[in-house]
Design a protein around this ligand. Structure first.
Ligand code: MG
Length: 299
């Protein structure tokens, strides 16, 4: 098979460039062919993924969730789509964790060389495609608001500090949801949409039993209807995303959400857009390599 390695030198704490000779060596004495492409600017990988989609069998994506998101956005615009194999090397590697791919390059390539790919859903928020999360409100700007400099210096701790600062802010925004033929109004501190039960390095085991190929997306609306809302919100997260009585949990393949223009939406850990949104799910839109454990659990 023909592999194109797409990597982002700005991802994570260690530049993936230093691992290229090792990756190349693992392709020696195999029937597979490797080409390497380094991202030169933001969205460069999106353009390259679109341009090269019909020329390769597999896109090896080295980076974090943002890098994978870029590649998927390029691929989705192409009729022909290569298989995605993720080599996690970002600071946040939720997608790799969901797919059951760890940081061992040798073990990951063994999966890519020997196993069959699986089909998973792709979601869309307004003009942007995403894989595993779309959210707004409290804590949701932390994943993209922390500076590269702080991430290089402090790693995961940089996110923890930013999360504590964000928790002190006063969140309250109006939401009107239109889905499955009905409209619902509420006031939220957070809207959290997930395609599995993992986000921000946490496993929210009580959030849902969603599958990666069910053609559906799940949204939790954390309402601000009671006193001690911060405490209640955190207690829900600590209990694995257990739903509180006042909160709303909806499942659909299509949502319209009306809200204030200043509300910011996060998709796959990056800033996506402001204000009102439409979310759609495309069932089994791309092929990926995943571990046996992930296939049992999420498919
Ligand atoms: Mg789903």
């Amino acid at each position: 098979m023909k592999f194109l390695l797409l990597y982002n030198p700005a991802s994570g704490r260690v530049n993936f460039k230093s691992k290229l000779p090792y990756v190349t060596s693992l392709f020696e004495n195999t029937d597979h062919e490797l080409t390497i492409y380094e991202s030169k600017a933001p969205r460069d990988l999106e353009k390259t993924a679109f341009k090269e989609a019909s020329a390769y069998d597999v896109f090896l994506v080295a980076g974090g969730d943002g890098t994978i998101n870029e590649v998927v956005n390029g691929m989705m615009k192409s009729e022909i789509k290569p298989i995605i194999g993720v080599l996690p090397s970002g600071t946040a590697n939720d997608i790799a964790a969901i797919l059951g791919i760890n940081r061992s390059i040798k073990r990951s390539l063994k999966i890519f060389f020997e196993s069959k790919p699986v089909l998973i859903d792709v979601n869309q928020i307004n003009q942007q495609y995403f894989i595993y999360t779309a959210s707004s409100g409290i804590l949701t700007r932390v994943s993209y608001d922390v500076s590269r400099r702080h991430i290089k210096k402090y790693g995961y701790l940089a996110y923890v500090i930013a999360a504590m600062q964000d928790l002190a802010l006063d969140y309250r925004y109006p939401i009107r949801i239109v889905t499955n033929g009905e409209a619902i109004d509420c006031e939220c501190v957070m809207v959290l949409g997930l395609s599995t039960n993992r986000v921000g390095g946490m496993r929210l085991i009580n959030f849902s039993n969603a599958k990666l190929n069910d053609g559906l997306f799940e949204l939790r609306f954390f309402k601000r209807s009671k006193k001690m809302w911060r405490f209640r919100f955190l207690s829900s997260l600590i209990r694995g995303g257990k739903r509180l009585g006042e909160d709303l949990h909806l499942v659909s393949d299509h949502f319209f959400i009306e809200t204030d223009e200043k509300v910011r939406w996060n998709a796959d850990g990056e800033y996506s857009c402001n204000g009102s949104i439409e979310i759609k799910t495309y069932k089994e839109a791309i092929r990926v390599f995943a571990s046996d454990r992930t296939i049992k659990k999420y498919l």
